[in-house]
Design a protein around this ligand. Structure first.
Ligand code: NAD
Ligand code: ZN
Length: 328
């Protein structure tokens, strides 16, 4: 199997994140942790049933298969001119963004960096194991990200998303995989930051609420939790970011879930922009929306991994395409 998403509980999954290669292990873990329904999204239909039994055997848990139709049934079309996207008074719009939307603000995407972040392997700087092994390196890495944001400003793509939200109000929701906070700066309010936020910190031990934090730790001195210290314990603070192998915040998934449930009674449009379609569960949103008979749009600089699942694909930079799409 080359693509899978894993979700547990709820239509969209109350929690769960899986990468392509890590999906089977995650299903096994979720099952062991007593997850409710497990939904696995597979591509390449035919072999789906085979894969389903492989998952069920490994996890000793029933798995629901959500196979994608083959690209031939719903082929993506590349359009040279921006096609019309109809947004009327009954339209509910879910927008999903990824690193590509911030590329025109000068923030490198994961792919641009060759799969490495500033020459570090992702698992060293963006996983709980990496943090346990070398918290100094992890804090240095995220401190550099904080510094590196410098004067980065939202681009016309961010602005177009904020403008369409102002038009639609509660009929709009933005789910972003970006941690850079540029959507908020651009004025987006109805938003879930699926992977956390670069300027938010939390305790790695206690459950004090995450807090805004612009501090940088480049000198190897690690930040510790004052609330744990007050109880006589020492605990490291950590970036409030969803690392590889970690669960998404169920509250965020619930917000997307609730939005879709409400939108189901209306004209639902889903638009993904600047995302490679490889990181789940967000990469599986398109399948869920299509199951709900919603309209699906992809705006990306290149064919994303899950491009064939979309009804419309507009190839181009989001800073140009989004203002044009939302202007109609
Ligand atoms: N800005 C950020 O916050 C940031 C930056 C890098 C990585 N990340 C994290 O890395 C993970 C990577 O997943 P991802 O899918 O978001 O990013 P990705 O880097 O895997 O993919 C980005 C996609 O955007 C496309 N793209 C590049 N420039 C574009 C443009 N100007 N307009 C439209 N599309 C463009 C690329 O072709 C690619 O398909 C995410 O989990 C994210 O949290 C975040
Ligand atoms: Zn604490």
């Amino acid at each position: 199997m080359d693509e899978a998403s894993v979700a547990s509980e709820g239509a969209l999954g109350g929690a769960g994140v899986g990468l392509r290669a890590g999906a089977l292990g995650l299903v096994v873990r979720l099952a062991a942790e007593g997850a409710g329904a497990l939904i696995v999204v597979l591509t390449g239909g035919e072999k789906g049933e085979e894969e389903k039994s492989r998952y069920e055997k490994a996890a000793s848990h029933e798995v629901t298969l959500l196979a994608r139709p083959s690209p031939a049934v719903h082929s993506a079309t590349i359009m040279s001119e921006t096609p019309p996207l109809r947004i009327d008074d009954d339209t509910w719009l879910l927008v999903l963004t990824g690193a590509g939307v911030s590329a025109e603000s000068g923030i490198p995407t994961f792919r641009d960096a060759g799969g490495l972040w500033e020459k570090h392997r992702v698992e060293d700087v963006a996983s709980p194991e990496g943090f346990r092994r070398d918290p100094e390196l992890v804090w240095r890495f995220y401190s550099q990200r904080r510094v590196g944001m410098g004067s980065a400003a939202p681009n016309p793509g961010h602005a177009a998303i904020a403008a369409i939200e102002r038009r639609l109000g509660d009929r709009f929701l933005l789910a972003t995989q970006n941690i850079d906070g540029l959507h908020k700066t651009a004025g987006s309010e109805r938003m879930v930051e699926l992977h956390g936020n670069l300027y938010t910190t939390r305790c790695s031990v206690c459950d004090r609420p995450p807090f805004e934090d612009h501090e940088v730790h480049l000198d190897g001195k690690l930040p510790t939790c004052s609330e744990c210290a007050a109880r006589g314990a020492t605990a490291l603070l950590r970036p409030h970011i969803v690392w590889f192998g970690e669960m998404l915040d169920p509250a965020n998934m619930k917000r997307v879930d609730d939005f879709l449930l409400e939108a189901k009674r209306h004209r639902l449009v889903f638009l993904a922009a600047g995302t490679s379609g490889a990181v789940y569960p967000a990469a599986g949103f398109v399948d869920l929306v299509r199951q709900m008979r919603g309209e699906t749009w992809l705006v990306n600089a290149e064919r994303a991994d899950n491009a064939s699942a979309f009804g419309h694909f507009v190839e181009g930079p989001s800073g140009k395409v989004l203002p044009a799409l939302f202007a109609t």
